[in-house]
Design a protein around this ligand. Structure first.
Ligand code: GDP
Length: 459
């Protein structure tokens, strides 16, 4: 069977989450999708109805029994999500009913869809660019409102528009190079060379500006990794619970209870924070605790922001003073907040001479709102946080943009050092290829597999 035929083979899957609900939707797509569904649908002849119309009827199994009463919506190619003939069957939302309807459709010679296969077909049929297909997955997995916004931007094709513009600029540059193949010859017309250089510098700058949005884009999509650190009993788990609002971490007053890193997702003001409560970095003989310390170290290295919690009810010792100082030293690399906790039972701290960013009480909630604001502000400091404009949120896109930019820069360098046009053209073509992988003009099977396997079945 050729690849093309396989793609057109009708596929079906439950497109709504599995569980009890008012309705569930089963999506069937492929060349003979309408015919296959009509074979088990009692009602109007679906083969004769117009596109984008809804029809009441019954799904009948091979034994002639009614499986469910349903609504069938017919979409004719190419005006459907996949670009193929599609029927969406809305049935009653019970787990067993939905499964029975799907199975009845499958007995008509329809195959179960793979994860993301509908969207993959939409891409292969030119309904979506690759970056838009990825945005569909981002949208489904989005855990904060800002992440939803960013996915929408990409889904609308904003990224694709930028990439197309870069590609056009590079194609223009390539045309200029090919016109005037050898810039190193003494009698070439240099007017064009200046123009070419200008064009390449412009592309370089524009790709650079887009790349600059990745730092924010990554935080918006993946969340701000926030690591809580501090001595055992400082109140880290309590603070985490206060922020998240549930009893997520175990709180006890035995030092060293939080032996592992404990994670919780917390959304604040549209932004997702991934809270990581650590065992702390102190040295220990206890094997299990030592393992926890190792993980803390790792969490700390990947942190977007570190919150150090100091117990205000106890005097500080020289070890802790040193530890805090070492975090403060690294603060230019990883934003750092020094927070005093247990303000309600604070001991006189005259001799401490420590400057806290904030003093709180995790237990009674004092200053927690201020802490939240401060965490967001510190995490986004020095970042261009404008979520209304396009953000690069995927490391795949970042990598391709970076490689494309390097090739453009190489071309500029080649031009400056008087290299021949054919060498320049090689760099420019490489840049084009990198940009093409973002929108999907250039793909490999592995790349498609890795992208579409992130999807759920039915999407
Ligand atoms: P961790 O080891 O840093 O995770 O500390 P825990 O969150 O387990 O807290 C240790 C003890 O300190 C518990 O008994 C908490 O109830 C108590 N605690 C935490 N925050 C506060 C606070 O703001 N004020 C007071 N008085 N006690 C607190």
């Amino acid at each position: 069977m050729t690849e093309e035929v396989t793609q057109e083979h009708p596929i079906a899957a439950i497109a709504t989450p599995v569980g009890e609900g008012g309705i569930a939707v089963i999506r069937v797509s492929g060349k003979s999708a309408i015919e296959k569904v009509s074979q088990c649908f009692k009602g109007k002849n679906l083969l004769e109805v117009d596109s984008h119309t809804v029809h009441f009827g019954k799904i009948i199994n091979k034994k002639g029994n009614v499986v469910d009463e349903v609504l069938a919506t017919v979409f004719r190619a190419p005006k459907s999500y996949t670009g193929e003939d599609t029927v969406e069957i809305s049935c009653h939302g019970g787990v067993l009913v939905t499964q029975a309807v799907l199975e009845t459709v499958l007995t008509q010679g329809v195959r179960p869809a793979e994860p993301g296969e509908f969207t993959q077909r939409a891409f292969l049929n030119g309904k979506l660019e690759l970056s838009q297909a990825e945005a569909v997955a981002d949208l489904i997995h989005a855990k904060s409102i800002k992440a939803v916004d960013a996915a929408h931007q990409q889904l609308e094709g904003q990224l694709g528009k930028h990439i197309k513009k870069f590609r056009q600029q590079i194609i223009d540059a390539t045309a200029m190079v090919e016109l005037e193949l050898d810039f190193s010859e003494e009698d070439v017309e240099f007017a064009n060379k200046d123009q070419l250089r200008e064009l390449l510098v412009e592309v370089d700058d524009e790709i650079g500006s887009l790349l600059d949005t990745y730092e924010t884009g990554r935080l918006v999509k993946d969340g701000v990794k926030t690591v809580f650190i501090g001595r055992p009993n400082a109140g880290k788990s309590t603070l985490l619970n206060t922020l998240v609002g549930t009893e997520r971490a175990i709180v006890t007053d035995i030092a060293g209870t939080t032996r592992d890193t404990i994670d919780a997702d917390w959304s604040y003001d549209g932004l997702l924070f991934k809270l990581i409560d650590t065992a702390g970095l102190r040295e220990t003989e206890d094997v299990i605790e030592a393992e926890g310390v190792k993980r803390s170290q790792k969490a700390f290295e990947q942190a977007d922001i570190v919150v150090y919690l100091k117990d205000l009810s106890r005097p500080i010792d020289s070890d802790e003073r040193e530890e805090i100082a070492s975090f403060q030293k690294r603060a230019s690399k990883t934003p750092f907040l020094l927070v005093g906790n247990k303000l309600d039972v604070e001991q006189n701290s005259q001799e401490e001479r420590i400057h806290y960013d904030l003093k709180i009480s995790a237990l009674d909630g004092e200053n927690i709102e201020r802490l939240k604001k401060m965490m967001k502000q510190r995490a986004l400091e020095n970042k261009d946080y404008d979520t209304s404009s396009l953000l690069v949120t995927s490391s795949r896109h970042r990598d391709s943009l970076q490689k494309a930019r390097e090739n453009v820069q190489r071309a500029i360098h080649a031009l400056d050092s008087g290299m021949t046009g054919d060498l320049l053209a090689i760099d420019l073509r490489a840049a084009l290829k990198e940009l093409g992988t973002i929108t999907g003009e250039i793909t490999t099977e592995d790349l498609l597999d890795s992208i579409f396997s992130r999807f759920c079945i039915g999407k």
